[in-house]
Every structure is written in structure tokens, then in C-alpha cells.
Design a protein around this ligand. Structure first.
Ligand SMILES: *[C@@H]1O[C@H](CO)[C@@H](O)[C@H](O)[C@H]1NC(C)=O
Ligand SMILES: *[C@@H]1O[C@H](CO)[C@@H](O)[C@H](O)[C@H]1NC(C)=O
Ligand SMILES: *[C@@H]1O[C@H](CO)[C@@H](O)[C@H](O)[C@H]1NC(C)=O
Length: 206
């Protein structure tokens, strides 16, 4: 992440220098910057100091969100964890925004969502699935084992956790999303994952 940001910034600085020389005064049109694997962003919108930085907001119609949409999403990778799994499918979920809305609809139990091809059947059907969780991927050198028999647990969906071999939750590099039948070869850059954080002010950010 840090490397990616640094290389993006240095690329933009080179671009900015080039533009300062090439563009006539007084007010050059906003420049669209193509960042590989990401949406097109407007150069002036990702300069430090501007309110809107980074990724283009998605799903602006989600009306319980603080910022009229989500800006903390990840495309092409799955940042979700394993606890409190809820599996939703087409036609209930038509797109990534429906998936984020499903997470917003569960403010007490959902903090992370992923809209991707999760099974060979979903690839065959041509519809990505929506999976919700209460937490995230762990870094590679961390593992957590949950005492699923402990009655203090709440809403962890231990049946699903155990059935999927996710207890212990093993840390790993953040997994890429795929769209081929075996889900291991052809990258799916259109898959979306991210978080929904319920703020103490009653709004959510995503
Ligand atoms: C937005 O809020 C309105 C009014 O509270 C509600 O009827 C509508 O279903 C909400 N939209 C979504 C996408 O949840
Ligand atoms: C659940 O875990 C807590 C923390 O380890 C422990 O104090 C408690 O005794 C456990 N309860 C049961 C029913 O196992
Ligand atoms: C993808 O999965 C298939 C089926 O399990 C396997 O035969 C193939 O070698 C895998 N390909 C890669 C690139 O891992």
C-alpha cells in the first residue's frame, strides 16, 4: 500500500511537471489520470489538501452514508475476514452497491463486504455473490483461534466458520479476486470489497 501510494505520487509529480511546461495559461482543464487497476481520477481531486482524495466514490445513493457513497473500497482483491459470515446471492444482490446496502442494513453485525465470484457455480451463473462479515483479513503472520463453544460469543456464525475450515483464522496476504471457472487464473478487477464503519454519530462511512 505504501509503495503503491509512493509510486502513484511520484508518477503524478512527473505528470504535474510535464503539464506545467506543456499547458497554456490561464486555467488548464482538469486532467484525468489513469491508474492501473483503479478508476479514472481527476488529477486536481487527488492533490493533497483537497477534500476528495484517492478513489472515485461509488454508490452515492446509499443514503445512510456520511459521504454520499463509499471511498474506502478495494477493487480486484478481497479484504474480508471470516467471522459472522452471511451469504447473499443474485437476484437479491444485483451489484456491488446492493452488497454494501446489505451491510448497511445490518449495522450491529456487518463491518466488511465482498462482491465477487466466490464459487464455480457463481461463475457459471454469471453473477457475483455478496458475502458479509464482522471483520477483516489478518496479516500473514497472525492466526486467531476462536473458542466456538464459549457462550460469550455473539453472532459469530460459528457453524459457517467451522464448516469452511476458517477456525483458526489464518493470516494471509490479501487474496486477489478471479473470474475463471477454477477461480485461480483470470483476475477479476471488477470485484469490490471494503468496510462499513458505523460511527458513534449514527452515520456510516464506507
Ligand atoms: C433511503 O432512505 C429512505 C427513507 O428513509 C428509505 O425509504 C430508502 O429505502 C433508503 N434507501 C436505501 C437504498 O436504503
Ligand atoms: C469464555 O471465555 C472467557 C474468556 O476466556 C472465560 O473467562 C469464560 O470462562 C469462558 N466461558 C465459558 C462458558 O467457557
Ligand atoms: C487452478 O485450479 C485448477 C483446479 O484445481 C488446477 O488444475 C490448476 O493448476 C490451478 N491453476 C493455478 C494457476 O493455480
Amino acid at each position: 500500500m505504501f509503495l503503491k501510494t509512493s509510486s502513484l505520487l511520484s508518477a503524478l509529480m512527473v505528470l504535474a511537471t510535464a503539464l506545467a511546461i506543456a499547458l497554456p495559461d490561464p486555467s488548464p482543464a482538469p486532467v484525468e489520470v489513469i491508474v492501473e487497476g483503479q478508476d479514472t481520477v481527476i488529477f486536481e481531486n487527488i492533490q493533497c489538501g483537497n477534500e476528495h482524495q484517492g478513489l472515485k466514490p461509488i454508490c452515492p445513493h446509499l443514503n445512510t452514508t456520511e459521504e454520499h457513497g463509499c471511498v474506502r473500497y478495494v477493487k480486484g482483491f478481497d479484504v474480508t475476514g471470516v467471522v459472522t459470515e452471511v451469504d447473499l446471492t443474485f437476484p437479491e444482490i444485483q451489484d456491488a452497491c446492493d452488497c454494501i446496502q446489505a451491510c448497511l442494513n445490518r449495522p450491529g453485525t456487518c463491518a466488511a463486504y465482498v462482491w465477487k465470484f466466490s464459487t464455480p457455480a457463481s461463475v457459471t451463473a454469471g453473477h457475483r455473490t455478496c458475502t458479509l462479515y464482522s471483520q477483516f483479513n489478518l496479516p500473514a503472520q497472525v492466526a486467531i483461534a476462536i473458542d466456538v463453544a464459549n457462550t460469550t460469543n455473539m453472532n459469530i456464525n460459528s457453524e459457517e466458520l467451522v464448516a469452511n475450515g476458517n477456525n483458526p483464522q489464518m493470516g494471509a496476504l490479501v487474496a486477489q479476486t478471479f473470474m475463471d471457472a477454477n477461480l485461480n487464473t483470470t483476475a477479476d478487477p471488477a470485484a469490490v470489497s471494503g468496510e462499513v464503519w458505523q460511527l458513534s454519530t449514527g452515520k456510516a462511512i464506507c
